[in-house]
Ligand binder design. Structure first.
Ligand SMILES: Cc1ncc(COP(=O)(O)O)c(C=O)c1O
Length: 406
């Protein structure tokens, strides 16, 4: 069962939606009271600013060590969405103002994959409405990106490429290192949305070879309201929030210290993260083999390509994903039919459609994302429930079809 305080009085709840958000870890819960004592403004030069300033510095250092970057290359933001916006609009604006010495020439092309998160997709479309040339690189049914199309789109006019480390719906891992090298060959910048990487893989920004990278606290067992943008030393990106000189003038506003301290504390876990990830992968594989052996008509999405350890995406024949999700929720299981951001709308996932799945297939999709605390018992209970719910929904459907004479 989750240790996340998600047990309700009437039933045990099993949370399998960790790509949407994670519960703050015990490390965060233990220290939060202590961090609250440092309530001062880190910019104050009197005593009340010293504790908060030290917290900020320590978090930046721990994250620099975890990500293998200089702590001063980290800009704290409110989350992944803000970091993605800052990377894209901050570079575009710096170019427009002629402040981007690092990439010469007249560059107006922006390239992204067709399965990016809306917080990359929408800022790119905003640039397009301002006259930028925005181009999409397609992916296939299993989520694999077309590197030939990518190569053909790269040119000396390319300003920036933005491709995620791993997709939040399918878990598919993109060849970031190679794609960054290809972008650099034409003098373009490379931004990576790494939100789904933290807590699942060892992130080494120098190995990734990217210029900018986005991360988010709440996907990494820290508090909500904090994220960060890594911006390689020397990049003059424009701040989206003008004001005070915080974050070396790249993001104004008094820092969200409690949340920053929480993501710093998570960074301190270092190598432990890989061990947790290995456990999640074993359980994810067990989950998939149990499902495949017990439930017919289940098609795993992109399982033959590299994936992050915790994610399983599948299409279940003859079952509506939303109805399945609601039935599982009534039994205490939290899963997703696609991105949580699009929950509440019955439209199929744009990511799955961009991968070439039909609307019907996309509407029959299920995403299960495990967490550090997920147990084998939970996986078995989940598969039992899934088996029963799928059988029930299919029998209703067959009954309806028989009544209608289909
Ligand atoms: C790949 C990816 N990028 C960006 C985000 C946005 O992050 P945040 O919720 O911290 O704004 C998410 C959240 O779902 C995500 O999965």
């Amino acid at each position: 069962m989750t240790k996340a305080g998600s047990r309700s009085s009437e039933m045990n709840r099993i949370y399998l939606d960790h790509n949407a958000t994670t519960a703050p870890s015990s490390v965060v819960r233990e220290h939060i009271g202590e961090w609250l004592e440092s309530w001062g403004n880190p910019s104050s030069i009197h005593w009340s600013g010293r504790g908060p300033k030290a917290l900020l510095r320590d978090a930046r250092r721990s994250l620099g060590a975890l990500l293998n970057c200089d702590p001063l290359e980290i800009i704290f933001t409110s989350g992944g969405s803000e970091s993605n916006n800052l990377a894209i609009k901050g570079i575009h604006q710096a170019l427009a103002l002629g402040r981007m010495r690092q990439i010469g020439g007249l560059r107006n092309r922006y390239i992204l994959s067709s399965v990016e998160h809306p917080s990359v997709m929408k800022p790119m479309l905003q640039l397009k409405s301002l006259g930028a040339d925005v181009q999409f690189v397609p992916v296939d049914r299993d989520g694999k990106i077309d590197l030939d199309v990518y190569q053909s789109l790269l040119s000396p006019q390319t300003a920036m490429v933005s491709v995620m480390f791993a997709n939040n719906e399918t878990g598919h891992i993109f060849p970031i290192q190679k794609m960054a090298e290809m972008a650099h060959q034409v003098g373009a910048l490379f931004h990576c949305d790494g939100v789904q990487a933290l807590g699942k893989v060892a992130v080494n920004l120098k190995e990734w070879g990217v210029d900018l990278a986005t991360f988010s606290g709440h996907k990494f067992y820290a508090l909500k309201g904090v994220g960060l943008l890594y911006a390689r030393r020397g990049l003059n990106l424009e701040s989206l929030i003008a004001g005070g000189g915080q974050e070396r003038g790249r993001r104004a506003g008094t820092e969200n210290l409690l949340a920053i301290a929480s993501i710093g504390a998570m960074a301190g876990l270092g190598a432990e993260i890989l061990e947790k990830s290995r456990r999640m992968e074993e359980l994810r594989n067990e989950l998939e083999s149990l499902i495949s052996s017990r439930i017919s008509g289940v098609h795993l999405t992109g399982a033959q390509y590299p994936r992050i350890a915790n994610t399983s995406s599948m299409v279940i024949d003859g079952v509506d994903g939303e109805t399945l999700l609601m039935n599982l929720d009534m039994r205490g299981f939290s899963v997703s039919t696609g991105a949580a951001c699009s929950a509440g709308s019955s439209e199929p996932s744009p990511v799955l459609l961009a991968m070439g799945l039909s609307r019907r297939e996309a509407q029959s999709s299920l995403r299960v994302s495990l967490g550090w605390e997920t147990t084998r018992e939970e996986i078995h209970l989940f598969v039992d429930a899934l088996d029963q719910v799928v059988a029930r929904l299919r029998s209703f459907r067959h009954g309806e079809e028989a009544m209608l004479g289909i």
